[in-house]
Each structure stands twice: as structure tokens, then as C-alpha cells.
Design a protein around this ligand. Sequence first.
Ligand code: CA
Length: 228
Amino acid sequence: MQARPKILIVEDEPAQREILLYHLKKAGFEALWAENGEEGLLLAQESLPDMLILDWMLPKLSGLEVCRRLRAHQDTKHIPIILLSARSEEADKVQGLDIGADDYVAKPYSVIELMARVKTQLRRNRASLLGAQLRFQDIVLDAAAHKVFRAGMEIKLGPKEFKLLATFIEKHGRVLSRNQLLDQVWGQNIYVDSRTVDVHVGRLRKSLMQHGGDNPLRTVRGTGYALG
Ligand code: CA
């Protein structure tokens, strides 16, 4: 399985925190929490979560200040941040987003809506990580240019093969089941026969070997596939 996304809640009101923890865990996330800005900042730097849900009005260090400091450091500047605030003035929202929050939610909020925004931010962040080059041995996937090279020679791939390859490179060395590949490439809400995965993996493998080179994709009988 893919590692569960880790979400840090920085919220000083225990009841609010409990509700968020409950819903995040129910949605399958790993949830950490801190009750003031200082602790939140330290925990974010230490645990490098996949996302922060950050209250604006916090003891010790405000949410805005936590956001500003996280944005100032290489390790933490890309972590998506949803800022929560009881202040609903438009100017506050603009200030929050200016300081580098990715989204802003006014209190009182609907937990369902907040959870939807959490998922949107996680997806967006994953897409932007994919904006980088991914490499495995002599295979290079350039997501921004949407190109793949093996040993310096370009390989043309269809969109599904391209996403499959990105998934394999991100998780190279691990055996991925057909269902995991379906979730990653086709999405969870789409019905696709698992044999479709075999067809696309077969095409990907053939494309990767078109200029020669070893077969980098292993078939793990009864389980799935692995790169390397
Ligand atoms: Ca507060």
C-alpha cells in the first residue's frame, strides 16, 4: 500500500482538534497535532507532514507566523497549508494567502467541505512534485515536458503508460498490485478490469525496450509488477 498521507493539525481548541482528528483518521490519513504555534512549527520541521491544517489564532506563535517560517525553509516550503480562521474578513483571507497559505477556510466550517479541500491540496501537491524529473537507472521521465527518455533516446508513451511509469519510478523496488496501479493511474472511482492493467504494463514494457536494453519491469506472479 501507498504510505498514508500525514497531516498535522495545529489548533488550540481541543474540541475542534478532536473533530478534525476523528475525520482525518476516518478518511485514512495519519494525523498529528499540536496545540500552539511554537509546537506546531517544531513538529512540522521534525515530521515533515504532507499537509498542515493551521489555525490562525494560536498561543505563542500565530498561524500566520508559523506559515511564514515554514515557507522560509527549503524542507518545509512546499508543504500545503490550509489556514483556518474565525476572522472572515476578505482582507484577512488575502493576507493569509499572501503569506503562503494554499487555502483559507473561515470558521465555523463544514468538516465535509474542509476534508474535500484537504484532498484537493494533496492531489495538487502530488501533481507539482511530478513536475520534477523522475529517474530510474537510464530511464528519465520529464513530467513538465511530458517526455520519457531511455539511455538518452526518446520513448513515446500513451497517457496511461506515462502515468504508470511515473508510479513505478516513484515506488521503484516495490511490488505494486493491479489494484494499486488501478487506483494510482485510473483513479478509485472508475471501473476498469484489472486485465486492462496487464495490457498497459505490457505496452509500457515494450516501449521501454524499443531501443534495446533490459526489461526493467518485473512481473511478480500472482501479485503484480515491480520496477527494478
Ligand atoms: Ca484558535
